[in-house]
Ligand binder design. Structure first.
Ligand SMILES: [Zn+2]
Length: 502
């Protein structure tokens, strides 16, 4: 009996003497819970932000809208957590929240690719305007695949290609078919396809179009306008450089891409003077170290010529199939020497950890390199020491939620690894990666997904938006101007939304 009493005291404290004691215990328990809650929040990525009264008022409204949306979908038995983005897209578009997020200023888009900015419908409609536009209509072979679109001079059309305009006019079902061939969809979360093989086929079908100079200009004009319409003020493109050409002059030097983009920007600035652009020179992970050395040299040459346009260097492609970042260590060791030779720095913006596997160790290299931002970083959560270092080094993870689902890395968006990063204080930004291939434009869909599935509040949204400018490659002067513009846009947005939603 003595022993039992002792155990009782050890575990539960002194024997209860009355209700007062229970109240005291409860209050101390409550205090401890509150403290733990505070301590957890203090680690979060947005802990340094304080919202204004107006922002807090908007936050309450958005919280309510999300609650209503979730209740409504539950009442209608819509499987929100077991459906893919493609299945839910019409529902997203019809939600009040989407409208609000569309009018939210989004700062910069830090992670997108030259081949995936503009939508398939527009590509088809534009290519058919050129008499040199053709489409491949035979079975796949080593060189071409069904639905591949390209420009040819009329005397050099390879067998199997037909005029795209004639084909679309004579075969009414072909436009829809071609559109589907240019898009990557994950129709059902349980269906498995080899996403990367299908993904790369999409790029192959449109890959050569961008070197045709007239198309190149139209493509970026359209891409930038889509971003501006979606309240994006800055873009950084992982850019694959290729010599532009046309049928009158043949090939142009490599830097024509940049001077043409500068001309397009001048045009854009007439109506959207705030819009800024940086290019991240990108090559491929499947090259060998010698190939990467050559690409680095080319990147340095361009950056020396256009220091305000080229911000850094990246290697892209499926990480499971390509070479590891570590395998290029000798190339990375040459960066300092090259910087001295060309008189410009070359920060890295490597894709790393776009994987669910612990055997992909690409994120380890990032803490040793001048890698300012990380593309995806999905498996970073399995490397806690590296995660801690990334946080200490103040590097940002570029998160692309929809891309991650379509390429099969995440199914239920509530379980996206970025949530772990954010709550652990790793800075992130929201990105669209290759929206043209995924069948949408702009950045609102990705923000919608993050807001709804990750239970974000206005504070988190604001921090993500500001991160996209604070961690951009804009120089100090440009950044100052960008922040001034964003401050004003953000204030306007909060004020207008509060009025509208009252
Ligand atoms: Zn990417």
């Amino acid at each position: 009996m003595m022993k039992k009493t002792l155990i009782y005291i050890l575990f539960l404290g002194l024997p209860l003497t009355g209700s007062q004691h229970i109240i005291a215990q409860e209050s101390s328990y409550q205090q401890k819970i509150n403290l733990l809650d505070k301590e957890n929040k203090a680690i979060s990525f947005d802990a340094d932000l304080k919202l204004s009264d107006a922002e807090n008022a908007l936050d309450k409204k958005l919280f309510q809208f999300r609650k209503e949306f979730l209740t409504e979908t539950e009442n209608q038995k819509i499987p929100l957590y077991n459906s893919s983005f493609n299945q839910l897209k019409p529902l997203i578009e019809s939600s009040k929240l989407f409208n609000i997020i569309q009018s939210m200023p989004k700062g910069g888009l830090l992670h997108t690719h030259s081949g995936g900015i503009t939508d398939a419908k527009w590509i088809i409609a534009t290519v058919r305007k050129y008499k040199e536009g053709y489409v491949y209509v035979q079975k796949d072979n080593d060189q071409y695949i069904f639905g591949q679109i390209a420009f040819f001079g009329k005397d050099n059309v390879p067998a199997g290609f037909v005029s795209i305009d004639e084909k679309l006019s004579s075969d009414p079902g072909f436009e829809k078919q071609l559109q589907e061939l240019l898009l990557l969809k994950r129709d059902q979360l349980c269906s498995y396809t080899d996403y990367w093989i299908e993904f790369e086929k999409r790029f192959k079908r449109t890959g050569s179009l961008l070197s045709y100079r007239p198309f190149f200009k139209a493509y970026y004009q359209k891409g930038f306008q889509d971003l501006i319409k979606d309240n994006v003020q800055h873009a950084e493109i992982r850019f694959i450089f290729d010599q532009l050409y046309d049928f009158e002059h043949g090939k142009y030097p490599l830097n024509t891409s940049i001077t043409d983009l500068q001309d397009i920007l001048k045009e854009i600035h007439k109506t959207a003077p705030q819009f800024t652009l940086k290019l991240i020179y990108s090559s491929f992970k499947f090259l060998d170290p010698k190939g990467v050395d050559k690409q680095l040299e080319a990147a340095f040459q361009l950056k020396k010529e256009f220091p305000d346009m080229i911000s850094g260097f990246d290697l892209v492609a499926d990480e499971a199939a390509g070479n590891s970042i570590y395998s290029f260590r000798e190339s990375w060791m040459k960066l300092d020497g090259l910087s001295k030779k060309y008189g410009v720095g070359m920060p890295l913006f490597l894709h790393a950890g776009e994987s669910n596997s612990v055997f992909n160790k690409n994120v380890l290299d990032l803490t040793l390199l001048n890698n300012k931002r990380i593309g995806h970083g999905l498996n970073l959560i399995y490397f806690p020491k590296t995660l801690e270092l990334i946080k200490k080094q103040n590097k940002l993870v570029e998160v692309s939620p929809i891309s991650n689902q379509i390429l099969g890395y995440v199914s239920d968006m509530r379980n996206h690894p970025a949530r772990v990063l954010l709550s652990n204080g790793v800075q992130c930004s929201i990105n669209s990666d290759d929206p043209g291939v995924y069948g949408y434009e702009g950045l609102s869909y990705d923000f919608w997904v993050a807001f709804v599935y990750w239970e974000l509040d206005v504070k988190a949204l604001k921090k993500l938006v500001y991160n996209s400018i604070n961690y951009s490659s804009l120089n100090e002067k440009e950044k100052k101007e960008a922040i001034l513009y964003l401050d004003k846009q953000w204030k306007d947005f909060v004020q207008k939304m509060n009025q509208k939603l009252n």
